[in-house]
Write a protein that binds this ligand. Sequence first.
Ligand code: GTP
Ligand code: MG
Ligand code: ZN
Length: 333
Amino acid sequence: MSRRKLSKQQRARITRIQEQRRQLADARAESLLSKDPANPAVEGCVIVRHGRSLLVRGPDGEAVHCLFRQNLGEIVCGDRVLWQPVDGDAGVVVALLERNTVLSRQDHAEHDKPIAANISQLVVVLAPRPEPTGFLLDQYLITAERIGVRSALCLNKTDLLDDVERTTFRQHFSHYENLATLIQVSAKTTQGLEPLFELLRGHTSILVGQSGVGKSSLINALLPGTELLEGELSDATGLGRHTTSAATLHALEGGGEIIDSPGVRSFRLSRLTRQELEDGFPELRTLKGQCRFSDCTHRHEPGCAVREALEASRIHPDRLASFHHLAEQTSDR
Ligand SMILES: Nc1nc2c(ncn2[C@@H]2O[C@H](COP(=O)(O)OP(=O)(O)OP(=O)(O)O)[C@@H](O)[C@H]2O)c(=O)[nH]1
Ligand SMILES: [Mg+2]
Ligand SMILES: [Zn+2]
């Protein structure tokens, strides 16, 4: 059942239960801290969050189970934290360090919900199956523009296509080549994996996209050691397939980190003003102030620089259609 359909009473009950759990988690964290008050706090990076507990990477690369003080806000994968070792091999996170970047999506109540922090690159994964939607891709690219990270398109499952289909598939996205790096790869045959490695080197990247495009498979191919874990998990669920449920960070050999994220059916942008939306499209941003009317909608006005660019093939019609679609949802419409 979707959140929206819950009654007021049900919502109040959920809020009450959540608050009780929060207080319980806080009490446990404080009780652990009081047992080992003298341990100095050390810096770490959040590998994954499961509800009210975290897996944090310690100074020697070891993974430590941590509780966290509940007044620290939403801690997510990729966050840098200070944690205090307690009780043998566990820890309590006592501070959240400043973030360089944060990737968020909107939840049902239209609140921004962080997904991952401190990323420097957003890699949108697409595959011939499930069929890609350009609209979702555009929303990711706008987000990357807005938070100031590099973006790339990774076309996976090329083994499912013959040579002609592969060329067609790539051509379908060729107009994105001005906006993002384009890579064709197969997690199954590992063809094209080397350029992907190069792209990721030295960056903290997040793989995003629809469920089933092969994000986790790509990470398994990049980091053969993790394959075992995925296989075990997938057998344990009995589903024969493991659907990622929480954003998880993996260290890459040779430097850099990669975050696997749960698949989405749709990605809701934060609520933007029309100007913010235009700024999310580099090809529109460069034409800023060049239309005859300052409130030009770029649909039918005379002297529209955007429509001129469209006619001169400097803007792709699908991108402009995406813009118009999204403009209908801007906050200052
Ligand atoms: N033929 C082929 N199948 C692939 C390839 N990569 C992944 N698959 C298959 O696609 C299915 C989904 O792969 P996952 O890696 O679980 O996809 P995901 O994007 O992580 O999915 P979520 O975790 O649900 O978001 C699995 O059955 C994979 O075996 C590929 O390169 N070629
Ligand atoms: Mg996955
Ligand atoms: Zn215009």
